[in-house]
Write a protein that binds this ligand. Structure first.
Ligand code: ZN
Length: 139
């Protein structure tokens, strides 16, 4: 089962908790056991699972990434549209995560949340693709 929703971002870089949006899709699918694949079809965004209870983790994550992948480091691609760091960050964090669906809910840990990573915002339309793969179990 294929679903999509749109997220609007408001900063050049930010993490947006989309757990609620994904859980809503899982409910709508009516699948009780399976796998939920969450994917962003963008070359300057990503998807991670991380803690969201403390909002400072979002800032820490982005500043830690910035240390390894600074915004300007003489990248060749910057001559085209000045966003090489965003492409590299996107590739490093990855474009998808998979989460088990158990008893009709996302099987996330207590402190885990699904986050869209914006690395080249703000953008009015970040697509989030959800593919739900049902698994049938013998009774
Ligand atoms: Zn580019």
């Amino acid at each position: 089962m294929y679903f999509e929703f749109i997220i609007t971002t408001s900063s050049s870089e930010e993490l947006i908790d989309i757990t609620h949006n994904v859980e809503e899709v899982v409910q709508k699918s009516n699948i009780h056991n399976g796998v939920c694949l969450i994917y962003v079809p963008h070359a300057t965004a990503g998807i991670i699972i991380n803690e969201s209870a403390d909002p400072n983790i979002k800032r820490d994550f982005l500043s830690a990434l910035d240390k390894f992948i600074p915004r300007h480091a003489g990248y060749l691609h910057d001559r085209i549209d000045n966003n090489a760091h965003a492409h590299i960050k996107s590739a490093v964090v990855g474009s998808s995560v998979s989460i088990p669906i158990k008893d009709g809910h996302l099987g996330l840990g207590t402190w885990q949340a699904i986050m869209l990573c914006e690395f080249d915002g703000p953008r009015s339309r970040r697509r989030v693709v959800i593919q739900i793969i049902p698994i049938s179990e013998k009774p």
